[in-house]
Design a protein around this ligand. Structure first.
Ligand code: GLU
Length: 501
């Protein structure tokens, strides 16, 4: 099986297109086939190399590596349409010579006016056929005068054009609805339908999987395969990815591009797994499965005909699962750019810095959906400000409770005399001593301890948070992380601020 993904580099990689790429990739990987990447950049005005670069990076980030295509090569290249103009020209000349295509001299302004008139009359626009039967001598004369000319396909008359779609079954269109369409524009650039057929044929693509928005193009493409004498691939048109309101997922719904989801801190394997679930189900009761297993199970016949809704809640659920699976070391490395953006990671961490990050990132990831939420959960470690903490109403409420100040004072006294609390046991022992001294227990004990040491009324369990603070305080300068103020110093600062308040 030879499949392809053929993005136009005119913007970001939309998650709907990423899902198309994924379906193709799953088919190739599940069948020992070949996954081709082709860049459809014949729209010279809208295509940019920056967009191409970004799309390639997004595919790489997702792990959808291609077997043939830009950067990889292959026997049937080039894989960028802008580098294949001679090929399209030669194929168009063949159709011209056989009378299956003809030169069209109609000026763009005239065509546009005709299109608009048809639309205004409530009709589907269709080329009039004005240049269909120009005499060869007239064509030759106008060509030799250098008059701009497009090449149009002569749509054979009568009957229907039909194809069997892998998702939608038999699809059929009356030929009469298809006007003679452009193959090559007057500037020599191919039109989409022509380039895609020439490329799919010469690249020996056996199965085309693409979005349903292309289904009305397919009859034109089927006619072109017939005219060019190539065997058409099998086609499958998958329903588009929708927003919650059942209109195609767009900016109005929020994030739409792979890059945006990446920036929000979703793991590539989570996004891939989730995208596979839109409009398809791996069967059984498990939805979260390793990519190889998805490839093993994926079958086009099981892709639903109805549109799937993109549900970020569910993506977040899948992401939590993969964050738990990721392991401390990978999680820390994935979180590092987000921590850097928040000033928590300052320079490349040294071994001690990484070890510390690994321990705290795991603590934070238990309670977040995405990597981007991790810095917020760790902020208490790297920025401690007693006065600002005390300005918070929820902290105020805690310190104003009966006996709370006594707990803080006693804790300050305890910590001044003890080793740093670098383990849960050390913390528990210190808390026990404060409990014995003050006679406070439960919330009356732990709430004041929490606000004094973390500056916040909520957060990770103290059993984890307190050792994290004091382990951080022991990191030497040069670990690459923003400095952490230790518990001993924190409670002292808190007490001073409390006395001032
Ligand atoms: N370049 C087209 C697109 O981005 C590809 C369509 C196709 O797969 O044939 O939609």
């Amino acid at each position: 099986m030879r499949v392809r993904f053929a993005p136009s580099p005119t913007g970001h990689l939309h998650v709907g297109n990423a899902r198309t790429a994924l379906f193709n990739w799953l088919l190739a990987r599940g069948s020992g086939g070949t996954f081709i990447l082709r860049i459809e950049d014949t729209d010279r005005e809208r295509s940019t190399s920056a967009s191409e670069q970004a799309i390639l990076e997004d595919l790489e980030w997702l792990g959808l590596e291609w077997d043939e295509g830009p950067g990889v090569g292959g026997d049937r290249g080039p894989y960028r349409q802008s580098e294949r103009l001679d090929i399209y020209r030669a194929q168009a000349d063949r159709l011209l010579a056989e009378g299956r295509a003809y030169y069209c001299f109609c000026p763009e302004a005239q065509l546009k006016a005709e299109r608009e008139a048809a639309l205004a009359a409530g009709e589907a626009p269709k080329y009039s056929g004005r240049c269909r039967s120009l005499s060869p001598s007239e064509v030759a004369a106008r060509r030799s005068r250098g008059e701009p000319a497009a090449v149009r396909f002569r749509v054979p008359e009568g009957g229907d054009v039909a194809f069997l779609d892998g998702v939608r079954g038999l699809v059929s269109f009356p030929r009469a609805t298809i006007g003679d369409f452009v193959l090559l524009r007057s500037d020599g650039n191919p039109a989409y339908n022509f380039a895609v057929v020439v490329d799919d044929a010469l690249m020996e693509v056996t199965q085309v999987v693409r979005g349903e928005d292309h289904i009305s193009n397919t009859p034109r493409q089927v006619l072109l395969y017939e005219a060019l004498g190539y065997r058409a691939p099998r086609f499958a048109h998958v329903a588009l990815v929708m927003g919650p309101d059942h209109t195609p997922l767009s900016k109005r719904h929020g994030a739409t591009s792979v890059a945006e989801f990446r920036a929000r801190g979703y793991l590539p394997e989570a996004l891939l797994n989730y995208l596979a679930l839109i409009g398809w189900s791996p069967g059984g009761d498990q939805e979260v499965l390793p990519i190889d297993e998805l490839a093993r199970r994926f079958r086009l016949e099981d892709v639903g005909r109805s549109a799937g809704v993109f549900d970020e809640e569910k993506l977040a659920w899948v992401n939590r699962h993969y964050m738990r699976l990721a392991g401390a070391s990978r999680l820390a490395r994935l979180a590092a750019p987000f921590l850097r953006a928040e000033g928590i990671v300052v320079t490349e961490p040294d071994a001690g810095g990484w070890a510390y990050l690994e321990s705290v990132v795991v603590m934070a990831s238990d309670s977040v959906d995405r990597l981007a939420d991790i810095p917020g959960r760790l902020r208490f470690l790297f920025s401690y400000d007693a006065a600002r903490a005390l300005a918070r109403p929820e902290v105020q409420a805690i310190v104003n409770e009966d006996g709370a100040r006594e707990v803080v004072r006693c804790l300050a006294h305890e910590l001044a005399a003890s080793e740093r609390l670098t383990s849960r046991e050390a913390f528990r022992a210190a808390a026990d001593r404060v409990k014995r001294e003050t006679g406070r227990k439960g919330k009356a004990l732990f709430h004041p301890i929490r606000v004094a040491l973390t500056g916040e009324a909520g957060g990770p369990e103290l059993d984890h948070a307190v050792p994290a603070i004091d382990l951080g305080a022991q990191l030497p300068a040069g670990s690459g992380l923003s400095p952490v103020v230790g518990c001993r110093e924190r409670v002292q600062l808190f007490l001073e601020a409390l006395d001032r308040a």
